[in-house]
Design a protein around this ligand. Structure first.
Ligand code: ATP
Ligand code: MN
Length: 480
């Protein structure tokens, strides 16, 4: 009989009254031994359940506590109270799962995000995380919808890889060899990975791009959407050790096509969330407004969360070259007054997030696509420009976050590619399979990587990336 339940979202969306319904969910609050606020996760809104006086025995009433799971049946009637159109007049309440009110860590009050991170296994049951993870779901769905409509093939690239040459970040090792010092050794004392599970040294992937390129040389347009691992010791609000990345790779695309696709893609998925998660976005917008009130006037943002999203989907991203960006930064009063931690003094340096954020938040006040970076600060596979100094790279920078996309046109010319690999000391033998794409039917192609959690951060307005993935992994933390 469990399948007979009606989801609270569906109940609240309909204007129908005077019919029998059964609901199930978790008690948020219980007032006056009479009013239950019930949530089943289908929406942020609770259903009010009214218990007719005298209809439940004392024992059952005592077991209706915050956090308890219940099943309630009765008639849906117009609500007499304020704040809701309908309510459930319960004739029957069954306790499915008790919750000791003394011990349940989530009390009906505001908890800090830091505290909730320590009880990440329970935080789904709060309004904030309910909204965040429903939006995360919508964005994931929209990503598949966008690429599917465009005829892209969803490609599953390996999570365990043997290549560690890509250089996107520090890697986690994968091994079944014993860690107690008894692992087999080579004559020179190094670990003999020939004895390891895969017969060679393996790692967790930092990017599916190289494998993605191989498939693009057959299907024309592919995308990956999977977990990515970086053992980088960066304790920032934008880095995780385990995150999800979307990596489209397209044959017959140049840098311009690549940028346009990325912009269309980002706007599409944001628009999707705005159309399908209105209540949750309203809630998070309000939440952020409250949070902003704690800040001094000059640090508050000019736009609300919803206004910011609206602005991004309705305006063109700014496209500028790295060289122009360096000029803007160098000449900025911020730089001259030495307000940057890293002063911009010459062409060629890598931009820090403070510089990216200055360009986006202070100078252009909109998302910016930076192109044509110096080849020295970019990966070996990026296509070399005719100037001999820059590569056809593009990064998309978003307000409040910094880099959300990194991409490029790829170097399809075998000689140029191998030459660059040698310059960067990347072993060509190890990536021979990759080089085959350049040997057999190479073509101009391009792609990018979007960090999923960064876009979830952007859409939800959450300040810390650890609050937009269910169970975050970061240095010194892998609980749950
Ligand atoms: P950053 O400079 O912010 O560390 P990156 O240059 O290392 O980024 P790429 O290697 O280009 O990033 O990866 C592509 C995208 O993956 C980035 O634009 C970003 O959105 C996301 N990303 C990279 N590293 C992380 C991380 N540690 N946690 C979450 N997302 C990440
Ligand atoms: Mn990085």
């Amino acid at each position: 009989m469990f399948h007979k339940r009606i989801r609270i979202k569906d109940l609240l969306q309909s204007d129908n009254v005077n019919y029998q319904a059964t609901v199930m969910g978790w008690v948020r609050t219980f007032r006056n031994n009479q009013f239950i606020a019930l949530n089943d996760g289908s929406t942020n809104n609770n259903l009010q359940i009214v218990i007719a006086l005298g209809s439940l025995d004392e024992q059952t009433l005592k077991r209706i506590t915050t956090g308890a799971c219940i099943k309630a049946s009765g008639e849906i009637i117009p609500s007499l109270g304020k704040g809701q159109k309908i309510e459930l007049n319960a004739i029957n309440v069954e306790i499915l799962g008790d919750s000791d009110a003394e011990k349940f860590p989530l009390q009906p009050k505001k908890h800090s995000l830091e505290f909730l991170r320590e009880i990440a296994h329970l935080r789904f049951r709060t309004n904030t995380f309910g909204a965040v993870f429903r939006i995360r779901h919508s964005l994931a769905f929209a990503i598949h919808e966008f690429f599917n409509k465009k005829g892209f093939i969803y490609l599953h690239t390996p999570i365990i890889t043997a290549s560690d040459a890509e250089g996107a970040g520090e890697m986690f090792k994968v091994t079944t060899l014993p860690l107690d010092g008894t692992a087999p050794r080579n004559d020179d004392g190094s670990i003999n990975f020939k004895e390891d599970f895969f017969g060679r040294s393996t790692n967790l992937t930092v990017s599916g791009q190289l494998e993605g390129e191989l498939a693009a040389m057959a299907f024309s347009d592919i995308y990956t959407f999977g977990p990515t691992f970086r053992a980088e010791n960066s304790n920032t609000t934008r880095h995780l050790a385990e995150f999800w990345m979307i990596e489209p790779e397209m044959a017959f695309y140049d840098l311009e096509d690549n940028m346009n696709l990325a912009e269309e893609f980002i706007k599409y998925i944001i628009r999707y969330a705005m159309d399908n998660n209105k209540e949750d976005l309203d809630f998070l917008t309000q939440r952020l407004e409250e949070e902003e009130k704690q800040k001094p006037q000059n640090e508050r943002s000019e736009m609300s969360l919803l206004q910011k999203l609206e602005f991004v989907v309705n305006n063109d991203f700014e496209k500028i070259t790295y060289t122009d960006a360096i000029e803007i930064l160098k000449e900025s009063s911020h730089n001259k007054k030495k307000k940057f931690q890293y002063i911009i003094d010459k062409w060629g340096i890598d931009l820090q997030s403070e510089h990216e954020r200055y360009l986006v938040e202070k100078h252009f006040k909109k998302p910016v696509i930076l192109t044509n970076y110096p080849k020295e600060i970019k990966a070996f596979y990026m296509r070399q420009n005719d100037d001999g100094k820059t590569v056809a790279a593009m990064d998309i920078l978003a307000p409040g976050i910094g880099e959300i996309v990194g991409g490029s046109q790829r170097e399809e010319r075998l000689d140029k590619l191998t030459q660059r690999m040698e310059e960067m000391h990347i072993p060509t033998e190890e990536l021979d399979w990759y080089l085959d794409t350049r040997r057999f039917g190479a073509c101009p192609h391009a792609g990018f990587g979007l960090g999923f959690e960064r876009i979830v951060q952007f859409v939800t307005g959450m300040g810390n990336i650890r609050d937009v993935i269910p169970f975050p992994r970061y240095p010194k933390s892998a609980s749950f």
